[in-house]
Write a protein that binds this ligand. Structure first.
Ligand code: SF4
Length: 199
């Protein structure tokens, strides 16, 4: 088991284990509370994330922040947010299998050290990867799955919600409520039954 998240982050900061290292401005390791009961896992950094070295800070991130507050009553500093790959794929293309494999030890270390009670995956890649499934995200979401010592709740990617409008928005909201219920069922004090209902 790695000594600490900081040690793993230091290792990632100089990582050249896959070709994505060549095009990055910053490694986007993760952000938030490393002791949180709730962890979000997205796909990979976009342009703004690459520039700032932080995950979900562009338009998708702003939407995630808003829905997190509205549905769960949480700000991003109360949760932990990371991606499957830590460096930006060129032109926002999908990460390649070899890149996902190369980066997987960093995500596994984050999951092991943070040990969240609930993991919410954002989009197809993260959900399929962590659930070892080939089922599409529209079928995968809408359910909770046993995962490690907790529960995994797959949802759509906020970028898809930005493009897709009403139905994806309702799906993501429902999935965040599902994640809140999973936290309550696991005895987490991160949320209360009334969290996020004050809009
Ligand atoms: Fe290393 Fe992951 Fe970046 Fe590839 S994407 S260079 S494995 S940190």
């Amino acid at each position: 088991m790695p000594a600490s998240l900081a040690v793993v982050a230091d290792d990632a900061a100089t990582c050249t284990r896959c070709a994505l290292a060549a095009g990055r401005s910053n490694v986007v390791f993760g952000t938030g509370d490393p002791a949180s009961d709730l962890m979000f896992v997205g796909e990979g950094p976009g342009a703004e994330e690459d520039r700032q070295g932080l995950p979900f800070v562009g338009r998708s991130g702003q939407l995630l922040d808003r829905l997190l507050l509205e549905e769960m009553g949480l700000t991003r500093d109360r949760v932990y947010i990371a991606n499957v790959v830590k460096c930006r794929p060129p032109d926002n293309r999908d990460p390649l299998p070899a890149e996902i494999d190369a980066c997987r030890p960093f995500l596994d270390a984050q999951l092991e050290l943070i040990a969240p009670k609930v993991v919410v995956t954002l989009g197809k890649f993260a959900g399929q990867l962590l659930l070892k499934s080939k089922v599409g995200i529209t079928k995968l979401r809408g359910h909770s799955y046993p995962f490690a010592t907790g529960v995994l709740v797959p949802t759509v990617h906020p970028a898809y919600v930005l493009r897709g409008g009403g139905e994806p928005m309702a799906q993501m909201r429902a999935d965040l409520v599902r994640a809140k219920q999973a936290l309550l069922a696991a005895g987490s004090s991160l949320v209360t039954p009334a969290s996020g209902t004050d809009r």
